[in-house]
Design a protein around this ligand. Structure first.
Ligand code: HEC
Length: 141
């Protein structure tokens, strides 16, 4: 009598639980590997960022407004989140969003630009946004 290795594996309860959890996790990510706040971020992008950063994140003004393939956008999550929260000025001026968007909204739009188009970086959480806000408040005291 031969039992297939897969059936043998599923018969072990801890493994069965692990498999179920993996399936649930995949389902909640829509199986596309996108974070749940991706869609919320997409709406915020359309409303608040598209005018200056363009459809497809290709930028409308000059190279620094190109978000698709940007090393800053897909790099350290704290750096890109801080850029969105507090703004940036170089050749042009990028407004800060700390007064206009909630922690969850900043997290969602940051997650969106990190995972949209050709970008494939990790999601950003509202907890990280909250941490950066308090750090900035302490600095300005
Ligand atoms: C009024 C125009 C404007 C709006 C609206 C705007 N940005 Fe920007 N953004 C800019 C400009 C200009 C720069 C480049 C600044 C510079 O020269 O360094 C920039 C830079 C950035 C960068 C850094 C890119 C890099 O590779 O250096 C990020 C990230 C970014 N914006 C995200 C956003 C997000 C997310 C939103 C919407 C919540 C948004 N921006 C809305 C004008 C804008």
């Amino acid at each position: 009598m031969s039992t297939s290795p897969a059936v043998g594996l599923l018969a072990l309860k801890p493994f069965r639980i692990a498999v179920c959890l993996a399936i649930l996790a995949a389902a909640s990510l829509g199986c596309g590997g996108k974070d749940p706040s991706f869609e919320q971020g997409q709406e915020i992008y359309k409303a608040d960022c598209l005018a200056c950063h363009g459809p497809g994140g290709r930028g409308v003004l000059y190279s620094k407004t190109v978000l698709d393939g940007s090393a800053l956008v897909t790099g350290d999550p704290e750096e890109v989140t801080a850029a969105i929260l507090f703004g940036r000025s170089g050749t042009g001026l990028m407004p800060g969003w700390d007064r206009k968007l909630t922690d969850q909204e900043v997290a969602a739009v940051t997650t969106y630009i990190r995972q949209a188009w050709s970008n494939q970086a990790s999601p950003v959480t509202a907890a990280l946004v909250a941490k950066l806000r308090t750090r900035e408040e302490k600095k300005s005291q």
